[in-house]
Design a protein around this ligand. Structure first.
Ligand SMILES: Cc1cc2nc3c(=O)[nH]c(=O)nc-3n(C[C@H](O)[C@H](O)[C@H](O)COP(=O)(O)OP(=O)(O)OC[C@H]3O[C@@H](n4cnc5c(N)ncnc54)[C@H](O)[C@@H]3O)c2cc1C
Length: 418
C-alpha cells in the first residue's frame, strides 16, 4: 500500500494509550468532520502503561481535594462503568479495603477517609476488625476504609472499544509509526518513521496536535518546548500472581494506607476481571523507559536519568526506601514478607511470577515528583506530560477537559476541514 495522497490533517494525536485514544474519541464526538489521525509507534494499541496496569477502576479516595486527579477520578469512575455497560465490556465492583495494620497508621487512614468524603466518593465506610474479616477473611488490619464501588476492568478492552468509536467516526490510526520530530507552526509539521503498511514514512502536517506519549511524554514535549522542565523517570513494578488454588483468599482488593510521600508505593492484592489475583507491584528504577525486565537496559535512557539533577535530589532524600524496594525486587522471600503483613497466611510458595508494568513518573528538576496530571497547551499544541494512575479510570473525563481547554485555542468552534 502506498502512503496516503493527502498528508494534511486537522488534528493528530500521538500515542494510542488510553489517554490518547479517549482524547481522539472525544474530539470526533464533538467535531465529527475533523480529519484526525492517531499515531502510535508500537504494533498494537495499549502497548505500554494502558496494557500493563492493575486494572482497577479507582473510586477517587486518595487525591488531594481540588486536584485534577480528584476532579476527574470520581466522575471518571462513574463514566467508565457506564461506558463499559454500554459497550458490553465486563467489569466487576469487587470493592476495596484500605487497611491500617497498627495504631501508627490510624491518623493517615482517618485523613484518607476525610479526603474520600471531600472528593464525593460514595459508599465509603470505616470498618473494624470484625467487618474486615467478613469482607476479606484472610486480611490483617485493625481498622480499614471499605470502598464498595471500586471495580476492576481490562483496560485493553476499553482501549479497543475507544478505537472502534474512533474508526466508526472516520478517524485513522497509524500503528508502527513513530513521531521523530515536531516542528511547531501553522500548520505543525511532524516527521514520522514507520516501515509497515500503511506506509507513513515522511512528513505530515496538522493544524492541531495533542501528544499523549506516556513514558515518552517529556521527549515529545521537548520537541516543541526546549525549556520543558520535567523529565519522566520510569519506575518498574513487578507483580506476582497467586497460585490458582489460593485465589479464593482474595475477594476483591486489599490495599495499604499510602505514604503521602510515595503515593504509588505499597504492594496490594487485586482480584482481576480474569479471576486471577495479582500481588504487587513494587517500584524500582527501570533501566529503560520501556524496560519490563530486570535485565532490560537502554544505556542512553539510563544516562539521561542519571545525569538529571532532579533524580539525584530524589535519590538522596529517599535512598533507604529505594534500596528496600530494590532488595524486595531481587529477593522473593522479602517481597512475600511484605505481602504477609496484609495477608499473614500467604507464603512465598503461593506466588508465581507475574507481569510487570513501568510507570511514567514526571520529576521536576528540584527532585519533586509531579503528583497531579500535567497538561500543557499553547496555541495549536497540547502536551499531556504527566498522566499517572488513575488516568485509565479517569480517561473519559481527562479527554473532556483536554478538548474543553484545546477548543479555546484551537478555534474549533466551526468544524475544521482541510
Ligand atoms: C504498574 C501500573 C499500574 C497501574 N494501575 C492502574 C490502575 O489500576 N488504575 C488506573 O486507573 N490506572 C493505573 N495505572 C495508570 C494508567 O495505566 C496510566 O495512567 C494510563 O495507562 C496512561 O495512559 P497513556 O495513554 O497516557 O499512556 P500509555 O498507555 O503509556 O500510552 C502512551 C503511548 O504513546 C506511544 N508513544 C510514545 N512516544 C511516541 C512517539 N514518539 N511516536 C508514536 N507513539 C509514541 C507509546 O508507544 C504508548 O503506546 C497504572 C500504571 C502502571 C504502570
Amino acid at each position: 500500500m502506498t502512503r496516503p495522497a493527502n498528508t494534511q490533517y486537522d488534528l493528530v494525536i500521538v500515542g494510542a494509550g488510553i489517554v490518547g485514544l479517549a482524547t481522539a474519541r472525544e474530539f470526533l464526538i464533538r467535531y465529527p468532520r475533523l480529519r484526525l489521525l492517531v499515531v502510535e509507534k508500537e504494533q498494537h494499541i495499549a502497548a505500554h502503561q494502558t496494557g500493563h496496569n492493575s486494572g482497577v477502576i479507582h473510586s477517587g479516595i486518595y487525591y488531594a481535594p481540588g486536584s485534577l486527579k480528584a476532579k476527574t477520578c470520581v466522575e471518571g469512575s462513574a463514566r467508565m462503568k457506564q461506558y463499559c455497560q454500554e459497550k458490553g465490556i465486563k467489569y466487576e465492583l469487587y470493592g476495596k479495603l484500605i487497611v491500617a495494620l497498627d495504631e501508627s497508621e490510624l491518623p493517615r487512614l482517618d485523613n484518607l477517609y476525610k479526603r474520600g468524603l471531600a472528593n464525593g466518593v460514595q459508599g465509603l465506610e470505616v470498618v473494624g476488625p470484625e467487618r474486615i474479616k467478613e469482607i476479606e477473611p484472610y486480611a490483617a488490619g485493625i481498622k480499614a476504609i471499605w470502598s464498595p464501588n471500586t471495580g476492576v476492568v481490562d483496560y485493553k478492552q476499553v482501549a479497543a472499544a475507544y478505537v472502534k468509536d474512533i474508526k466508526d467516526a472516520g478517524g485513522e490510526i497509524a500503528l508502527e509509526c513513530r513521531v521523530e520530530s515536531i516542528k511547531p507552526g501553522t500548520p505543525v509539521t511532524l516527521q514520522l518513521a514507520g516501515s509497515f503498511e500503511p506506509f507513513w514514512q515522511g512528513e505530515i502536517t496538522t493544524k492541531y496536535l495533542v501528544t499523549c506519549g506516556g513514558l515518552h511524554s517529556d521527549l515529545l514535549a521537548s520537541m516543541t518546548t526546549p525549556d520543558n522542565n520535567v523529565q519522566i523517570i520510569p519506575f518498574r513494578g513487578d507483580y506476582y500472581l497467586l497460585k490458582p488454588e489460593k485465589r479464593q483468599m482474595v475477594k476483591g482488593m486489599i490495599y495499604p494506607v499510602p505514604d503521602p510521600r510515595f503515593p504509588f508505593l505499597g504492594v496490594h492484592f487485586t482480584r482481576l476481571i480474569s479471576g486471577e489475583v495479582k500481588a504487587g507491584p513494587n517500584a524500582v528504577l527501570a533501566f529503560a523507559r520501556e524496560g519490563y525486565g530486570r535485565r532490560d537496559i537502554n544505556w542512553r535512557e539510563l544516562g539521561e536519568v542519571l545525569t538529571y539533577p532532579g533524580f539525584w535530589k530524589l535519590a538522596m532524600k529517599h535512598w533507604q526506601m529505594g534500596a528496600m524496594e530494590m532488595y524486595r525486587d531481587y529477593v522473593k522471600a522479602a517481597y512475600a514478607k511484605e505481602l504477609q503483613r496484609y495477608m499473614p497466611e500467604i507464603t512465598a510458595d503461593d506466588l508465581l511470577p507475574g507481569p510487570s508494568g513501568v510507570r511514567a513518573q514526571a520529576l521536576a528538576r528540584d527532585g519533586k515528583m509531579v503528583d497531579d496530571f500535567l497538561i500543557r497547551h499553547s496555541k495549536n499544541i497540547v502536551h499531556v506530560q504527566n498522566a499517572p494512575s488513575p488516568a485509565a479510570t479517569a480517561s473519559l473525563v481527562i479527554a473532556d477537559s483536554i478538548v474543553n481547554e484545546a477548543q479555546q485555542d484551537f478555534e474549533l468552534q466551526q468544524p475544521a476541514t482541510v
